[in-house]
Write a protein of this length. Sequence first.
Length: 480
Amino acid sequence: MPEVSVAPVDRPGWTPGRLVRAGIVPLAGAIVWIAPVPAGIGVDAWRLFAIFVAIVVGLIARPAPAGAIVLLGVIATAASGVLTPSQALAGYADPTVWMVFCAFQIAGGMIKTGLGRRVALTFIRAIGHTPLGLAYALVATDAIFGTVIPSVTARGGGILFPISKSLSQHYDSGAAPLGRGLGAFLLPAVYHCDLIVCAMFLTGQASNPLIASFARQATGIELTYVRWALGALVPGLLALAITPLLLYYVSPPGGTSTPEAFEFVTHEGARLGRMTTPERWMLGVFLFVTVLWSTNALHGLDYAVVAFLGMAALLVTRVLDWDDVLSDRVAWDVFIWYGGIYQLASALAATGIAKVFTQAAHAHITGPWGVTLAVLLIIYFYAHYGFASITAHASAMFPTFVLMLTATGTPAIVAVLTLAYLSNLAASLTHYGTTSTPMYFGAGYLTQAQWWRVGFLVSLSNLAIWTLVGMAWWKVLGWW
């Protein structure tokens, strides 16, 4: 099985600092566990809340991999009697969790067969005559794969990062000063556009279906594959067009043409050779899954069933073998943490605790809903400076914020969509915003201060596009 993740998913060794972070998790749970219980909410509900808080703190502090942290939380709910064993483990039987797992296998097939690299090289050959052309070529590749691959690490790390870095090294030849040259422009442009692609599709990022489930539980709004993509269509395409242009002027690449790109494409194309039979099968499965997900209203097949069919086709045609599936550590890690947190979040939502916090906050929030929306979105977005995970950010804040917004008069669909899209886009702020960020920052083309400056400028652009243009687009669609 090829590597789906380029970045390490674990940090071996229990250093003193890591032991301190590990102590934060049980401490967070213990504080909430022993806190006075407000009237109207059962003791077990608050104990479940304590465990959930401990998990979120663990996902932020990262004393252990995400899968281990969430699994410990699942075990705690069953061992303490807060949930029955069948209730605690129910998330692993949810179709959405299996849909994400199968989509990771499709991502693995893309990398194993080399189809992802071939598509990227095709776009570079077509429009990669300039630095901007290179950026748009890689962004177009990412947008195509975002329709199916729910992994920012697989797309951004496994497919786009190696090509972006190789092109930059080939062009700059190691001579460009820090913050200058093709790499200082191309790698940030690809990374920030990858986050835009994450926001554009339900399958753009692993925790998007989790965010959709939070939205359904809080407001009853169903964010289907088509509705998510349609809502993101106009702001997403506009953001993909503007972001490389913005970065072109913020981090100039130092040239107006890239003849080296064609040398690179020629060399890599020769290495790939003619399209193989596994690649053709992979392309067929990719189109099959994309079309069926996009036309769900016509055939009624569950998204998970479509993903199962796609994975089955890859196994039957031997594009993937069973060892590939078993050895995909990233997919299994996501399966463990995603299934666990999906169920615990669902169980917590059923207790009504989020409404208690919302009612308390609502007493201090006044003014027109437009002003409230702007203030709360800014708070929600820039709170990601304190998170190293989109999942942790959304799990900690999305349910409460969507309830606060709807309680103050914001149309439910506006609250849901803005928070859903911004959950992904907020990872642009820092060099630790999500799993693929350390790869791009670690390439060494920008200092930390430069990375944060670029991230802040991109955040201003994204906030303007996805709120103002986004809301206008949803108004045209008649959604509010």
